[in-house]
Design a protein around this ligand. Structure first.
Ligand code: GDP
Length: 372
């Protein structure tokens, strides 16, 4: 990482992920390297420093903000004699905790096994079995301690199971007929579920943690006599584990097959522009980037602005940009209808509803030209 400010934001996010998984973070370590060390990710000096800190303070787990290769993971565990988690494992763990339906559980289990398979030797180290906890939920011990072949068989089985459910879900989607389908997309924790609740007057679980929503929820919404289906989807995140993108195919199909995307952004978050990029990148990966879209900048009630005095010589930060300036920038920059709201206070709700209505209406009349 070159940029200090970014680095802090990335580690803030990792800490939030750790918090969501149920851990408290004691200390952060950073290191500048032109590229990660192939053996231990960090350099040997840094590894030593972390090791000593872990020993002195009886730390239970060291978390890395990236996916470690199987050998890096093994080496680090041997070297530091502590449980090592990487970003992927942490996210998978949160997903395992949050999966509610058997479908979501199957998806997570598959992703966990796919992550596990190349790292299987690691499972025989003494540390694994003693500790448990984060990173250890999901596939049970007895299954882990059998051999690779059994895990491969299990992967095949889970894939088959998912395929069957995928087919059922595709049929369900087809049966929804020609009703216009709108999907809420956005970074995790931006307020998608809150917005869903506000628009459909339903009670979808919303919480200030990452990935409160794993399963998609579909609700019928009516704006100005025009009915459409609104879907809340799993939140996206920077470096979403590839195993998850793959196994959450059906969840993402909701996005892929939507007629209109409502991209929700948390403008009160310092990294909101990075979040937009991450979301757009995932949309591109699943080939959903060319759909019509409405950009909804949410949480304007929580937007914090620090006006800079003229004689203040410190470099400007994102916090020195006012909401009005952001509005101007994004209205000019966005190719899509763009609105600034608060899902909490419902500020600018009529404006947003009108915008969504107009887009849905356009799609509706292209589909039912004689009924309008
Ligand atoms: P999701 O992960 O995108 O579905 O986000 P949620 O709907 O679960 O919301 C995440 C957190 O942001 C919750 O604590 C919400 O109460 C909060 N939140 C949602 N919308 C707003 C808003 O407009 N203003 C503020 N201040 N908080 C909001």
């Amino acid at each position: 990482h070159q940029d200090e400010e970014k680095l802090t934001e990335y580690l803030d996010e990792l800490e939030f992920l750790a918090f969501t998984a149920g851990a408290t973070v004691d200390k952060r370590f950073t290191q500048k390297l032109s590229q990660p060390d192939s053996k231990t990710f960090v350099g040997s000096g840094k590894a030593e420093e972390i090791k000593n800190y872990v020993k002195e303070n009886e730390i239970g787990t060291v978390i890395f903000d990236d996916e470690l290769s199987p050998s890096q993971l093994k080496n680090l565990e041997k070297e530091m004699e502590v449980k090592i988690l990487d970003r992927t494992n942490l996210i998978l763990d949160i997903f395992a905790q949050r999966a509610q339906t058997s479908y979501a559980r199957t998806q997570v289990e598959l992703a966990q096994y796919q992550y596990l398979l190349p790292r299987l030797t690691r499972m025989w180290t003494h540390l694994e079995r003693q500790k448990g906890g984060i990173g250890m939920r999901g596939p049970g011990e007895t299954e882990i301690e059998t051999d690779r072949r059994i895990i491969r068989d299990r992967i095949t089985l889970l894939k088959d199971k998912l395929k069957t459910i995928d087919k059922q879900m595709a049929t369900q989607r087809n049966n929804r007929g020609k009703v216009v389908r709108v999907a809420l997309v956005g970074y995790t924790n931006v307020g998608k579920s809150t917005l869903m609740n506000a628009l459909s007057k339903s009670e979808v679980f919303a919480e200030n943690k990452l990935f409160a929503t794993l399963d998609t929820t579909v609700r019928k919404v009516v704006i100005g006599n025009l009915p459409f289906l609104l879907t809340d989807t799993v939140g996206f995140i920077r470096k979403l584990p590839t195993q998850l993108v793959e196994s959450f195919k059906s969840t993402l199909d909701e996005v892929r097959e939507a007629d209109l995307l409502v991209h929700v952004v948390d403008i009160s978050h310092e990294s909101f522009e990075d979040h937009i990029d991450s979301v757009n990148q995932i949309l591109q990966e699943i080939e959903a980037h060319q759909k019509p879209m409405v950009m909804v900048f949410n949480k304007i009630d929580a937007f914090a602005y620090e006006k800079k005095e003229e004689d203040d010589l410190t470099p400007a930060t994102k916090k020195n940009v006012s909401l009005e300036e952001w509005k101007k920038t994004w209205m000019a920059k966005s190719k899509f209808p763009t609105v600034f709201i608060s899902a909490l206070t419902k500020e600018n709700f009529p404006e947003m509803k009108k915008m969504i209505y107009d887009e849905v209406h356009k799609i509706h009349i292209s589909r039912f030209p004689y009924n309008d």
